[in-house]
Design a binder for this molecule. Structure first.
Ligand code: DUC
Ligand code: ZN
Ligand code: ZN
Length: 513
């Protein structure tokens, strides 16, 4: 007998939120795609294999987190990633993220980008719970790597990341220019880690000579001015290369935010990202106050800043200076002297030596719940803005839109996050009002969370990836399968028509300088 089922999944009674609209719709899903948005309640009796009653909770496009480090070797200090592709993507779906873009790291000793990409594919293949892509991390901008940039788009890679700091990764200005020129010619977006590596090495040596080596001095070695200067330089270098588009990642500083805003106001294609650590952690509370080695739990680069900078970052998120809010999930175990934060402790340095602490924090699972909780406050984030910066803009910026980051019938994958009814709703289940983050409730493979004890107002109730429920918080939790996550070939960025403008301007030509 023919199957008369119309839908594979229907989500009824939810309030849909996209980057532009909030409205009550039912969602009909066929196969892996959103098939229909219909008036609220109208699909409650439709023929479907599965019905989810969202009970007045918000339903949004799944989170898109385009800054995630998984299974990376030692690059940011002495340790190596605590999370594999398996555990990191498992953690992602439990926090409402359905697509992430991780890094394929090319080491300084390696001439080829393509072989780094092959390694990343072999680590991720058949191991992921969510969909994924890669940025190439360029650690060696030699001739071979530069010549390979042109073949990245045909492999579904349309972005790369470069560093202005870290001994193992820092590129000199002439190397940055070469990468920018090649990336521009191939419609590849360049992400830039902007901190002045030479100045921080100089400051680190001076601090060490005075015996100031404990974790909290990490912040003294990387003051805001380093980020401001490097951001300004990055914008200047991009200006030189015929205003090629750049994305400044993990911005934490007031001066850098101002530089970015000014460039955007001039009409330059300068995009920026910030991260939860710059919205929810501060230097005073999380680096200066903790006793002993505890501060190492919050060592990341740039470091958490003061409350004044935090307020500027919130404003930048609201006013569009920051197009995206990513996790920069870069996980290291705390109580681990082989691969984690404690690799920097020795007999000579019993409180650790900050220069060797692996830089980075876990956060792929907490990114959405922490930030969603701020949508309850009028001075923080409107709901549509929340969707824009955590999903839609990331999809546009990194060439995933409208397959990801949207709810367009016939076009978008059925990647959705369903939240519980919000604070104050009579349908909200009891118990949610005391929701507090603890490491034991998370699904990463890290022995701590920097957000231990933080209250949140909501958590993803269901996560749906390409039509399948993969996270069911009130049921068995993780219900998706390892290996269901697919590699997604990305197109060129479409945010603000950036490449169209580059095409109109024509190739970079030194004669025009
Ligand atoms: N930069 C990142 O992007 N992630 C972690 C470490 C760093 O410095
Ligand atoms: Zn970085
Ligand atoms: Zn990072």
């Amino acid at each position: 007998m023919a199957d008369s089922t119309v839908y594979d999944l229907v989500i009824t009674n939810g309030v849909c939120v996209t980057a532009s609209d909030i409205a009550a719709y039912d969602i009909g899903i066929r196969g892996e795609k959103i098939a229909l948005l219909a008036p609220s309640g109208s699909l409650a009796t439709a023929s479907t294999k599965r019905l989810i009653d969202a009970e007045g909770g918000y339903v949004m496009p799944g989170g898109v987190d385009c800054h995630v480090h998984l299974q990376e070797p030692s690059m940011f200090g002495k340790g190596s990633s605590a999370d594999s592709f398996e555990t990191g993507t498992r953690s992602a779906i439990a926090g409402g993220t359905t697509t992430l873009v991780a890094f394929a790291p090319q080491q300084r000793t390696e001439p080829s980008l393509l072989s780094a990409l092959d390694v990343a594919h072999s680590l991720a293949r058949d191991n992921c719970y969510c969909d994924y892509g890669f940025h190439l991390l360029v650690g060696n901008a030699g001739d071979q790597a530069l010549s390979e940039i042109s073949s990245l788009p045909s492999r579904g890679i349309t972005s790369l990341k470069i560093y202005m700091t870290y001994e193992a990764l820092q590129l000199r200005d002439h190397e940055i220019l070469s990468v920018l020129a090649e990336a521009r010619a191939n419609k590849v977006l360049t992400m830039i880690h902007a901190e002045n590596g030479d100045v921080l090495t100089w400051l680190t040596e001076r601090l060490e000579k005075r015996g100031l080596v404990a974790p909290r001095y990490h912040a003294h070695s990387r003051p805001q001015l380093l980020e401001d200067e490097a951001t300004n330089r990055a914008i200047a270098l991009a200006t030189l290369v015929a205003q090629t588009p750049i994305l400044l990642v993990h911005i934490s500083d007031t001066g850098a935010t101002k530089r970015i805003r000014e460039a955007q106001t001039r009409g330059q294609p300068v995009f920026a990202e910030t991260c939860p650590q710059y919205l929810f952690l501060t230097r005073e509370e999380h680096l200066d106050a903790p006793h002993g080695f505890e501060a190492a739990k919050h060592v990341c680069s740039p470091p958490p800043r003061d409350a004044a900078a935090q307020a500027v970052i919130w404003t930048g998120l609201r006013n569009g200076t920051f197009a995206v809010l990513s996790s920069d999930h870069c996980p290291f175990n705390f109580d681990d002297d082989v691969t984690g934060k404690k690799t920097c402790i020795s007999e000579e340095f019993p409180v650790g030596r900050f220069r060797h602490i692996p830089n980075g924090l876990p956060g792929v699972e907490t990114r959405l719940p922490l930030t969603f909780s701020a949508t309850d406050r009028r001075d923080k984030l409107p709901l549509t803005k929340f969707v824009e910066v955590t999903s839609t803009n990331a999809a546009k910026l990194y060439g995933l839109y409208p397959k990801k980051g949207a709810m367009m019938p016939g076009m978008s994958d059925a990647d959705l996050v369903v939240w519980y009814p919000n604070v104050g709703s009579p349908k909200r289940p009891a118990g949610l009002d005391d929701l507090t983050i603890t490491n034991s409730m998370l699904h990463h493979d890290v022995d701590y969370t920097p957000y231990e004890g933080k209250r949140v107002t909501n958590w993803p109730r269901y996560t749906v990836l390409r039509g399948k429920v993969v996270w069911d918080r009130d049921g068995e939790g993780i219900v998706g399968g390892k290996g269901y996550g697919q590699f997604i070939e990305r197109e060129a960025s479409v945010l603000n028509d950036i490449w169209q403008r580059v095409e109109e301007d024509g190739p970079f030509d030194e004669d025009k300088l």
